[in-house]
Design a protein around this ligand. Structure first.
Ligand SMILES: Nc1ncnc2c1ncn2[C@@H]1O[C@H](COP(=O)(O)OP(=O)(O)OP(=O)(O)O)[C@@H](O)[C@H]1O
Ligand SMILES: [Mg+2]
Length: 1012
């Protein structure tokens, strides 16, 4: 009796008791997964990893959850990685989602992806309608990668909004690293979505890949991720299984169940195979509707899982066995067409071989669109078959599969480069090397276009290795391609070694044009790794070589790169000279794209160095040229720079206009990074305008996104701006948390004193100095401020220093009665602000002089200076700072005997601070009013319910829904600790001390009704 017949009646057909597969001994795991399903259903996205040794029952358990999910109306997407892994990037996700997405109307797809179908097809080429070729996305690699992952997770979120989504990713131990990265990204983003992600793998102790371990560890820190480890089935579970399979009473099978459990170590796959062998061998037999033979003491069955598998395979006919071998070597799921093409079997023999394999439970089949696809019923079968083949046969099969698939895919074979490369590279190298190189290279470039850098590096390194053995193969392009990918992976030493090789080869063959382009690449690699001096030397070599061969566009591009390197080391003057040289070339060539870039470089130069008018003029040119030459990213950056300039020079209409344009282009480009950078300027603008509610909410959102996109420069910066706002509102706990995190992230505390990124380090110093100032630690504020100033000076980026750092140092010095320092700083602010056209710095310089004047000399003059400074700050507008100056003005007025005037100033300041929710300043203002014998106006403050931020409201609602901090963190994509910090701030704001009291208050205040 074939083993299947014992399965059919009781196992596979739904019985009245339970629909679906029999699952024994997994009650706890099942309920954990059911709970996760319920969470996902109600918009609390979850990720569960089911892990355990091969055959322990992961797939089996998950399929029972899949059944539940289907009944509850989930869309289910199941993807697998395979033991014979082809290394195609995003393969597991593609396997899961392509069938689901194919079923979606193209118009709906366009809607859900917000017009980003091209990106989806870039990730999943199989989605593409045949005949169409995808357009290559271009741009900065980091930007593109963030865009791909971000928009994909946004797409999933929208896709799951209507109908919850279960994504199962099986056998992650074999997954490509791009899929792992995507899993990580989606898991992190889906906290508030109706998405359940389930991953399985058979490497619970992580003996294998480091990538999987890193992914899992990092996932588990997110808080919404859980790990279920499956252990061996205990004896009673084995009994139950026997009872349900054979309708045998437990009393009769008790001894047998114990022995079986011992023989198999409680591994269900092994149990299954052993039972099959016993039935087949006749030890277990059926008579008159009941099973006997339970007294069997010894098994004539194999001693290991592997032997069990081999025993089963040994029963196959030669034809079926050959087809099984071919399927094992093919790697992934195989279509009928592919099997037919590679097996060389005519229709009838093929079908009967397939039938046999299905009958023996080796292969399973299903429909996928118009195709029929086959898969192994268990990966152990495929693994065993593959390893049994031996090298010679494996190699021959890979080779013939490669050629058969290539014929089948023609004329679109290149679209399957990854798969073909995989087989060609494992075929006979003497015969197939050049094909292997050809496909590996294409696959490498495809992967690199998807920013699947690890896969790209693997393909290209594979190509290079083969090409090197064959002198006929030109390797130099491969070397450069691989160098570029290594560079993107942050492997600068690896990249440089390859560049050097390419350079030597180019020199030897006298190919100066290539020397130029390689020297430029080396310069960039040096620049990104912070070796500015060496970068400059290579740029110079590139310029010279480009000049020599008359490649003027390249020469101009290198000049621009050199200019930004010079800027980074503070040589702004020389930087300008280089850009002017590039401008001359671009003008002669009349190349609009190049001109746009040159003008963009000039905006950035003048933005940081002044004069503002030049920055403005070049910005206008850059935008115009970028628009006509279709370089949207350049247009965006010019708008961004001009918005920034508007902020620095106090032109709020310019800020508004350019912000709107930058936002628009960022949206059109679907770029999360451009959106983030634009938001940063908007935060500063809103803060300056005194719209702190908006500034705080936007900064909170921006930090969340910057965090998940791993923005090393932007995140610390926005954290600082957010921290300053919190500090301004008297929320010291959160303010400190933000500036501390920024300090940490930017490695500002690095004792070695190496500055990695001035653009993050200087703001981190601003944050910390401001924190000390607000705590009254004046000496610390001065120390940190001066340190930051030194770093800014060294790098030539004094703008922030004037804008943010010097005012803090000056104020701290003032309260520390260090008037000499105040004067020095004021003088410097005035000088440099005048050069840059920065109104803010000028106003601050006036305020400093006034304060010194007030403490040491002419009170009347102090009044005049302070009034002027306050008005200048309001005009910028820098409303909060203006109000602070008005408080000092009131003090000066009071000292000159103008009590009325003083009160007028204080009332004005009071109104501003109350609106901002700036607690400390408000308290100080009220105190001053009282000192003058006046009664302060009503405290129309934003303390209490009105002072809650958007994020706090979200948290209150979750608290009212009885969520723990961990759960809240998971939903909002923040850590449990951050959630707890928010909560203590909420308690303080609302004057409550328990979650219950908070929920009651929220209910009474109607906070639970509104939607966020
Ligand atoms: N809890 C269970 N109750 C009954 N049968 C089970 C159970 N778990 C597993 N099985 C049986 O054991 C076989 C192997 O299980 P499964 O394929 O789920 O293992 P796996 O952990 O996914 O292994 P791999 O890591 O190799 O994919 C299944 O075909 C199923 O018939
Ligand atoms: Mg499995």
């Amino acid at each position: 009796m074939p083993p299947r017949s014992i399965r059919s009646p009781s196992r596979d057909k739904p019985s009245p008791v339970s629909a679906g597969p029999i699952v024994v001994g997994r009650a706890a795991e099942t309920s954990a997964l059911t709970a996760a399903l319920t969470d996902a259903d109600t918009g609390r996205g979850r990720t569960v990893l089911v892990v355990g040794e091969s055959g322990i029952g992961k797939t089996h358990l998950v399929s029972s959850i899949v059944e539940q999910a289907t009944q509850r109306g989930f869309t289910v997407a199941i993807g697998r990685a395979y033991p014979v892994e082809t290394g195609v990037p995003y393969a597991v996700f593609s396997d899961a989602l392509v069938p689901v997405l194919r079923a979606v109307e193209p118009s709906v797809l366009t809607l859900l992806s917000r017009g980003g179908t091209a990106e989806l097809t870039l990730l999943f080429p199989a989605l593409e309608a045949p005949g169409r070729t995808s357009s290559q996305a271009r741009g900065d690699p980091a930007e593109l990668k963030a865009r791909l992952l971000w928009n994909f997770s946004q797409f999933l979120s929208r896709f799951a909004a209507k109908r919850p989504l279960l994504v199962v990713l099986e056998n992650l131990q074999w997954a490509d690293s791009a899929s792992l990265e995507m899993l990580h990204f989606v898991a992190r983003q889906s906290g508030g979505d109706r998405i359940l992600l389930i991953g399985t793998h058979n490497d619970p102790d992580h003996r294998g890949g480091g990538a999987l371990r890193a992914t899992e560890q990092s996932l588990r820190m997110l808080g919404n991720t859980q790990r279920l480890r499956l252990e061996a089935l205990p004896v009673d579970a084995v009994s139950e299984l026997l009872e349900r399979m054979f309708a045998a009473e437990p009393e009769r099978t008790a001894g047998f169940a114990g022995r079986l459990q011992r023989w198999t170590g409680g591994n269900p796959f092994f149990i299954d195979e052993s039972i099959k062998a016993l039935v087949e061998g006749g030890q277990l037999r059926e008579a008159n509707g009941s099973w006997s033979g339970w007294d069997v003491e010894e098994m004539r069955v194999p001693a290991t899982i592997r032997e069990a598998v081999l025993a089963r395979l040994a029963e196959l006919s030669p034809g079926a066995r050959r087809l099984a071998d071919i399927s094992a070597v093919l790697g992934t799921r195989a279509t009928h067409e592919a099997l037919s093409a590679v097996s060389d079997l005519a229709h009838d023999p093929l079908v009967s071989a397939i039938d046999e394999l299905r009958g023996a439970d080796v292969l399973t089949e299903r429909e996928d669109g118009r195709d029929i696809v086959y898969d192994f019923s268990h990966p152990l079968l495929q693994e065993t078959l593959y390893s049994e083949l031996g090298l010679a046969r494996t190699r021959a099969l890979h080779g013939s599969i490669a050629e058969a698939l290539e014929r089948m895919y023609e004329p679109r074979a290149m679209a399957h480069a990854g798969e073909l490369a995989f087989h060609y590279a494992r075929g006979d190298p003497r015969r197939l090397a050049s094909k292997a190189v050809q496909y590996l290279r294409t696959a490498g470039r495809d992967a690199s276009a998807k920013y699947a850098n690890r896969e790209a590096a693997d393909y290209l390194a594979g190509a290079l290795e083969i090409a090197e053995q064959d002198p006929a193969e030109p390797a130099h392009e491969l070397v450069s391609d691989l160098a570029r990918v290594r560079q993107r992976l942050g492997d600068y030493p690896g990249a440089l070694a390859l560049w050097q090789r390419a350079l030597d080869a180019a020199r030897k063959s006298g190919d100066i044009a290539r020397v130029a382009s390689i020297e430029r690449s080396i310069g960039l690699a040096r620049y990104w790794s912070g070796a500015f001096g060496e970068a400059l030397a290579h740029y110079d070599a590139a310029i010279e070589a480009a000049h020599q061969v008359g490649d003027r566009p390249l020469e101009a591009r290198v000049l621009i790169a050199k200019a930004s390197c010079l800027q980074a080391i503070g040589k702004t003057g020389e930087s300008g000279t280089e850009i002017e040289a590039a401008l001359a070339i671009a003008t002669t060539l009349g190349d609009e794209g190049l001109l746009a870039r040159v003008h963009r470089a000039l905006v950035l130069l003048y933005l940081w160095r002044g004069p503002a008018a030049k920055a403005r003029e070049n910005g206008r040119q850059a935008i115009l040229l970028a628009e006509v030459s279709g370089q949207r990213a350049v247009a965006w950056s010019a708008h961004w720079a001009l918005a920034m300039l508007g902020g620095l020079t106090g032109k709020s209409d310019e800020i508004r206009r350019h912000l709107a344009d930058a936002h628009r282009i960022a949206d059109e480009l679907r770029s999360p990074l451009f959106r983030l950078w634009t938001s940063e300027v908007e935060i500063e603008y809103a803060a300056g305008m005194g719209d702190w509610d908006h500034a705080v909410a936007l900064a909170e959102r921006t930090t969340d996104v910057a965090r998940s996109l791993g923005q090393r420069t932007l995140l610390p910066r926005v954290l600082v701006w957010l921290g300053l706002l919190y500090l301004g509102r008297g929320d010291v706990v959160r303010g400190k948390a933000c500036v501390d995190e920024a300090w940490e992230l930017s490695s500002s505390g690095d004792a070695s004193g190496t500055v990695r990124d001035v653009f993050a380090v200087v703001p981190a110093h601003v944050g910390r100095a401001a924190y000390h100032l607000s705590m009254g630690h004046y000496a610390d504020a001065i120390r940190v401020g001066e340190r930051g100033l030194k770093i800014a000076d060294r790098s030539g980026h004094t703008v922030w220093a004037i804008h943010r750092l010097m005012p803090v140092i000056a104020e701290a010095s003032l309260w520390a009665s260090d008037l000499k320092r105040v004067r020095l700083i004021a003088e410097r602010m005035r000088r440099e602000s005048a050069a840059l056209g920065q109104l803010l710095g000028l106003a601050w310089a006036d305020a400093c002089d006034a304060m010194v004047e007030m403490l040491t000399g002419d009170k009347e003059r102090a009044v005049a200076l302070l009034r002027g400074a306050a008005e200048a700050l309001e005009a910028i507008p820098f409303v909060p700072d203006a109000a602070r100056v008005r408080r000092q003005l009131a003090r000066a007025l009071a000292e000159t005997g103008d009590r009325e005037g003083a009160m007028r100033e204080l009332r004005r300041a009071h109104e501003v601070f109350a609106h901002l929710g700036a607690q400390r300043e408000l308290d100080g203002t009220r105190e001053q009013l009282r000192e003058l014998g006046a009664r302060p106006p009503t405290r129309a403050t934003t303390q209490g319910v009105a002072g809650l931020t958007g994020r706090e409201l979200e948290i209150i609602r979750l608290v009212a829904a009885r969520r723990s901090n961990k759960e809240i963190g998971a939903v909002l994509g923040i850590s449990a600790r951050t959630a707890s910090t928010h909560l203590s701030n909420i308690f303080a704001k609302l004057g409550v001390d328990s979650r219950g009291a908070l929920a009651d208050l929220a209910r009474e205040a109607g906070l639970l009704e509104a939607t966020v």
